[in-house]
Design a protein around this ligand. Sequence first.
Ligand SMILES: [Zn+2]
Length: 234
Amino acid sequence: MTEEIAPRDAYARTMDSVVTGITEQGVVLDRTVFYSRGGGQPGDTGTLRWDGGQVAVTDTYRVSGTPVHVVEGTPPPVGTEVSGEIDWDRRHLLMRTHTALHVLSAIIWRDFDAKVTGGNMEPGTARMDFELDAISVEFGQEVEARLNDELVKDHQIQVLFLPRDEALSDPDLIRTKVNLLPPSIDPIRVIQIGTIDKQADGGTHVRSTGEVGLVRVVKTESKGKGNKRMRIAL
Ligand SMILES: [Zn+2]
């Protein structure tokens, strides 16, 4: 089992750890600050250093549940003590982007009764699809204004670990289909953004919405009946 630091401390950038496995895909460590791609958020990149060497980490993802660090070059052998550092500028931009998406989804739900059907993000840009009947440039501008109105209110963001029973009976979490999470997941990690949003989520987020900065809606497009896409940029 790898101890994962990011779910509890999104601001941790470095760690000391020990190589516990080398697989075809990469390096397994006893503990890590690297975020494994998931929930639309890309995996972290960075560097692993040890006495006598270093490699770049180009991606992090799960193989059978275990975080694997994909490296460029010869990995350190099992048992090596390494220090790891994530590419913080990229990760922090992803945290801002991820939080912006949660606020966007909350506004579309609160003001337009539409659920999210999908989404994806890159550092500083993202797309999200909604169960909307129609979308227009003007609608995008209206949403952009409402989104920035909420972001500047500097809502505080909390990471909660709720007992499964409690999460399943929380009316604020029903819209995000928390009941579909595998029964083995208990407690359930929840990201709460002030009073405006609460979602079961594995990703990394900033501490408050003021840290996101201003967001633009750069494109609106139809992806079919009841499926409309919005692209944002920070
Ligand atoms: Zn999320």
